[in-house]
Design a protein around this ligand. Structure first.
Ligand code: GLY
Length: 360
């Protein structure tokens, strides 16, 4: 079944339609402890209506709620087993459906649980963070962390429907909004100049949610176009890795040093690094590089590093799972929207890139 991405106008009707599309025999809802308290109440009416229509039962009888811990630390084999157990004990069959209500951890883990339970049941994603709306919930990447490695175990299998509704962002703190916005900036960079200018001008500190909803729609459309062309990341889907080679190295270093860094912040810093490489190696315009660097500095601050950490960052980049045969694989740009996948850079280039990052 092709993935349907809905930009929500009427959450109640859309949830009903998404359930109706699959006609499940039983319904399960996965939340974390935060989205159970903050987001599930917004959905109760929808469930009430749509489930009554589909199953002719009352809200309390109509679905099984499964709740796991919040944050990336809960993205484990134990949580996954808890979800499988709850599905089994709740009588899920191959024709049941799981609704994932939460951020990227929930949509990734829930997607993987649904994809593997009885060899796969249908699931829908209702992302509640900006990061999950514009990235994790769309495109079929599912999985869990394993043995300290992020998203080490998983499968490609898309949700039947993804419903994007920025009303959930009212419950999101400023840091997590900024974190998701970094992926939107990335989508603008791989798309076109006008989109990039709109993103650089938008006030993400005091967002107008109606305007943001339209920008989320545009952003997800960029991702959908790419994922439709290359669902399993053999080629052009690597465009979505812009900023992530350096970004993941910052994220891993932060973890080693017990510094808290949200994924999108690391991506934003990684974008500055990789646009510098794009400028020196592929002719990306330096005016755009400086504009993005300034925006990132003002919005995300800087992850402080010294040249003593360059070797470790380089080593972390060589361990990135996107590499082949130990060669660091970058996605770079020749200009905004001019994507160059499978680019290599020498150790000297990477050290120079880190110098630029520290100085700008
Ligand atoms: N997060 C990048 C992708 O979905 O390919």
């Amino acid at each position: 079944m092709e993935q349907q991405v809905i930009i929500s106008q009427d959450l109640r009707a859309e949830v009903a339609a998404a359930i109706d599309r699959v006609q499940p025999d039983r319904l399960f809802v996965l939340t974390d402890v935060n989205t159970r308290d903050l987001c599930l109440p917004l959905l109760k009416d929808c469930f009430n209506d749509s489930i009554s229509q589909c199953f002719n039962v009352s809200f309390s009888q109509s679905f099984n709620l499964i709740t796991i811990g919040a944050s990336d630390e809960a993205k484990t084999l134990d949580s996954l087993a808890a979800v499988w157990t709850a599905l089994g004990e709740g009588g899920a069959t191959r024709h049941s459906m799981l609704i994932n209500l939460g951020g990227g951890m929930i949509t990734d883990l829930g997607g993987f649980a649904a994809s593997t339970f009885k060899r796969g049941i249908a699931y829908i994603n209702i992302p509640t963070t900006l990061l999950a709306m514009v990235d994790a919930s769309v495109g079929g990447k599912t999985g869990i962390n394993f043995r300290g490695l992020k998203n080490e175990i998983g499968v490609f299998n898309a949700a039947s429907t993804v419903i994007l509704d920025t009303q959930f962002l009212r419950t999101l703190d400023a840091q997590n909004l900024r974190s998701g916005y970094a992926e939107m900036l990335k989508h603008a960079l791989i798309s076109d100049d006008a989109m990039l200018c709109r993103h650089l001008a938008f006030d993400i500190e005091h967002p107008d949610l109606a305007a943001l909803q339209q920008m989320v729609a545009d952003s997800v459309a960029v991702k959908e176009r790419i994922v439709t062309e290359d669902p399993h990341e053999h080629g052009i889907r690597k465009a979505l890795n812009l900023g992530h080679t350096a970004g993941h190295a910052f994220e891993s270093l932060a973890m080693e040093e017990h510094r808290t860094v949200l994924h999108g912040y690391a991506v934003a810093w990684g974008l500055v690094c990789e646009l510098y490489l794009s400028a020196t190696r592929c002719g990306f315009p330096s005016t755009r590089l400086h504009q993005v660097a300034q925006f990132v500095r003002e919005t995300y601050g800087q992850f402080t590093i010294t040249c003593k950490q360059y070797d470790r960052l380089y080593e972390l980049m060589t361990h990135d799972k996107k590499n082949t045969a130990g060669v660091i694989n970058f996605t770079l740009l020749g200009g905004v929207g001019d994507i160059r996948i499978n680019q290599q850079a020498s150790k000297d280039d990477i050290f120079e890139m880190l110098d630029y990052y520290r100085e700008n």
